[in-house]
Ligand binder design. Structure first.
Ligand code: RIB
Ligand code: CA
Length: 313
């Protein structure tokens, strides 16, 4: 039976790749997609999510939840990587947004509708997820698991020297989610950086004549260009897609249980993830952390999933 999943994302080009793959993977039942602010402000991610789903037109339409600005964190964005609109400056047409539901309500309702069966895949700042569990703490006993794309173990950050972007954007929310008594897995930057994608990924995308292919053939060249121009690297990292693949193909990854928390106040370190790995550790383990990836098999699996998305569109 397909696994029920709620995808909370801040689209973002790497979010768009993950959504494209997930919405056409028969192993998944994407019951809802919710938008959170991050790569671009939340007003724009709300539009981007709606536009992507409209454009991809998957066989089963997920419920859509709109985000609202975070209560904590330093306002920032990643427009230099994803474009002014977050989606490679495509300015996708956005359908009229009728009957908008708040993201935290959708998350709440979908977990309640299928207790213990729903996985949350968190691909952006954790604002919505923290709000849903704050609003109803009983969700902690009813959610299946949470997989989080974010944080760093032994690595330098990607938004500050110390912090990874998704955690930095809303560190208070991230701390709340880290501390939830829920099965959690973190897919951190350490592993993302061991999973590079070269330009030949574009050759393996579905044909231009398919909805998935047409979209990704517009988006991915922008991401390669921005990585070259802004970061000086010829390859891209797809953190969000990696987290999705951990959900669908966990045998391609290794994890370790760890005790993790988030720095919410440091002048230089706000948003950094901190793990107690002392020999005489006193913190309780509260999550599994992805520590290694079988890079070539994951790249091959992604190509295969992209082909499937092409065939379905
Ligand atoms: O650190 C990378 C993450 O931040 C990705 O989720 C990207 O989309 C941004 O949200
Ligand atoms: Ca993201």
């Amino acid at each position: 039976m397909a696994r029920k999943v709620i995808i909370d994302s801040d689209p973002g080009i790497d979010d768009a790749v993950a959504l494209t793959v997930a919405l056409f993977d028969p192993r998944l039942d994407v019951v809802a997609c919710t938008a959170t602010g991050g790569n671009v402000p939340v007003e724009q991610t709300n539009k981007n999510l709606q536009a992507l789903i409209e454009r991809l037109d998957p066989p089963r339409l997920p419920r859509i939840g709109c985000g609202a600005p975070a209560d904590s964190g330093t306002p920032t964005d990643a427009r230099h990587i994803h474009g002014a609109d977050g989606l490679g400056n495509l300015n996708l047409p956005v359908p009229e947004l009728h009957h908008q539901h708040r993201a935290e309500k959708i998350i709440h309702d979908e977990i309640k509708a299928a207790p213990e069966d729903v996985t949350i895949l968190a691909l952006g700042p954790l604002t919505n997820i923290a709000r849903a569990f704050r609003r109803d703490p009983t969700l902690a006993t009813q959610v299946g698991q949470i997989i989080i794309a974010g944080g760093a173990i032994n690595q330098i950050g990607n938004i500050t020297p110390a912090a990874e972007f998704n955690i930095y954007c809303d560190p208070v929310a991230a701390r709340e989610v880290f501390r939830l008594p829920v099965t959690k897995t973190l897919a951190p930057l350490d592993v993302t950086r061991n999973l590079e994608f070269a330009l030949d990924l574009i050759d393996d995308l579905p044909e231009e004549t398919t909805r998935a292919g047409a979209l990704l053939r517009q988006l991915l060249p922008f991401l390669f260009r921005s990585h070259r121009q802004q970061l000086g690297i010829e390859t891209i990292h797809l953190q969000d897609t990696m987290a999705l693949l951990y959900l669908t193909d966990p045998d391609l990854f290794e994890t370790e249980p760890m005790a993790g928390d988030v720095e919410t106040q440091g002048e230089l370190t706000i948003g950094a993830t901190v793990f107690d790995r002392r020999i005489a550790s006193t913190w309780r383990e509260n999550m599994d952390v992805v520590t290694s990836v079988k890079a070539e098999p994951v790249r091959e699996r992604l190509r295969q999933l992209l082909r499937n998305a092409g065939e379905a569109t």
